[in-house]
Ligand binder design. Structure first.
Ligand code: CP
Ligand code: NVA
Length: 301
C-alpha cells in the first residue's frame, strides 16, 4: 500500500517526481477557470474520503478541488460526526472506509491515529496534519521555493519560532531534498530530540537568519496546544517575530513563507507578509498542485 504518511518515510526520488509532476500539472492549467477539468482525468471513477478532526481551510478546499479537477469525487467528513467520535476504533473505521473509497486523507491529533488508519486500511492513506507533522504543506513549500528560486538543494532555510509539527516536516525535507535547515527559537520550544541531528540550532535570530535563502515561521499556538499556554508562548516567542529588521539579515532575494493561517503582527508582521519577500499565497495555491501529485503517486495513476 502506497501511503503518504511523512516526508522521511517517502523515497527521495518519489518526492522529486511528485514535485516535478505538480509543477507540470500547474503549468498545464495556467489561466483556466478553477473548475475546468484537467485534460487527463487520472482519478475518474475514484472516491476520496477527506476526514477532519481539526479545523481546516486550505487542506479541505485544496484536496476537494484537486480530486474534482482530476475527475474523482470526494466525501468531506468531520471526525466528530462519524462513529470515530463515539468510540468506534480507528482500525474498524479504516476497514469500513476501505470498502467504500479508494483513498483516505485524514487530519487528526495523535500520530497514532494516522498510523492505525494506515495499518488497517486497504487503500492509501494521506497525512493531512497531525500534532507531530504536516508533510503535504512542506511538499507545497518545496515546490514554491523551486518555482521562485531554483533547486532547493544546498540552500539555507531558517525557521524562526516554535519547533512544531510544520517545522518537523521541514526537518524531514531537509534530509530528503538535501538543504540546510537552521532552527531559531527558545530552548523551551525546541524541536523534538530525534530531529536535532538534521538541523542547526542558533538561539540568536539575527545570526540564524544571516545569509538565509528562505525564512519560515508559523503560528505560536498550534491547534493542539492548550489555550492556557498562549500568554507564556507569546512571551517566549516575541523575540523571534519575523519583521523587517530580522529579514534584513537574510539574502536580499530571500523568500518568506508561512503555511497559514497566520496571526498577523504576532509571528510575522503584515509588512513582511504582504512585502516583496513573501510567497505565502503561492504556497497556499501550491497545496492544490502538490497534493494532486501526491494522490496520483498514492494511487499509481
Ligand atoms: N496550512 C494549512 O494546512 O491550512 P489549513 O489548516 O487551513 O488546512
Ligand atoms: N502548526 C499549525 C499548523 C496549521 C496548518 C497547527 O498545527 O495548528
Amino acid at each position: 500500500m502506497t501511503h503518504f504518511l511523512d516526508i522521511h518515510k517517502t523515497d527521495p526520488a518519489d518526492l522529486r517526481h511528485m514535485i516535478d509532476q505538480a509543477r507540470a500539472m500547474k503549468t498545464a492549467r495556467a489561466g483556466l477557470p478553477k473548475g475546468t477539468p484537467d485534460a487527463e482525468q487520472p482519478l475518474a471513477g475514484h472516491m476520496v474520503a477527506l476526514i477532519f478532526e481539526k479545523p481546516s481551510t486550505r487542506t479541505r478546499v485544496s484536496f476537494d478541488v484537486g480530486v474534482r479537477q482530476m475527475g474523482g469525487q470526494t466525501l468531506v467528513l468531520s471526525g466528530a460526526d462519524m462513529q470515530l467520535g463515539h468510540g468506534e476504533t480507528i482500525a474498524d473505521t479504516a476497514r469500513v472506509l476501505s470498502r467504500y473509497v479508494d483513498l483516505i486523507m485524514i487530519r487528526t491529533f495523535e500520530e497514532a491515529t494516522l498510523l492505525e488508519m494506515a495499518e488497517h486500511a486497504s487503500v492509501p492513506v494521506i497525512n493531512g496534519l497531525t500534532n507531530r507533522t504536516h508533510p503535504c504543506q512542506i511538499m507545497a513549500d518545496v515546490m514554491t521555493f523551486e518555482e521562485h528560486s531554483g533547486p532547493i538543494r544546498g540552500k539555507k532555510v531558517v525557521w524562526s519560532g516554535d519547533g512544531n509539527n510544520v517545522f518537523a516536516s521541514f526537518a524531514h525535507a531537509a534530509r530528503q531534498f538535501d538543504f540546510d535547515l537552521t532552527f531559531t527559537g527558545p530552548e523551551t520550544l525546541d524541536p523534538e530530540p530525534g530531529l536535532r541531528d538534521q538541523i542547526t540550532i542558533e538561539r540568536n535570530p539575527q545570526k540564524a537568519v544571516t545569509g538565509a535563502d528562505l525564512v519560515v515561521t508559523d503560528t505560536w499556538v498550534s491547534m493542539h496546544d492548550p489555550q492556557s499556554a498562549r500568554e507564556r508562548r507569546h512571551n517566549q516567542l516575541r523575540g523571534y517575530q519575523v519583521n523587517e529588521d530580522l529579514m534584513r539579515h537574510a539574502k536580499p532575494d530571500a523568500l518568506f513563507m508561512h503555511c497559514l493561517p497566520a496571526h498577523r503582527d504576532d509571528e510575522a508582521t503584515s509588512a513582511i507578509m504582504d512585502g516583496p519577500h513573501s510567497v505565502i499565497f503561492d504556497e497556499a495555491e501550491n497545496r492544490l498542485h502538490a497534493q494532486k501529485a501526491i494522490m496520483r503517486w498514492c494511487l499509481g495513476v
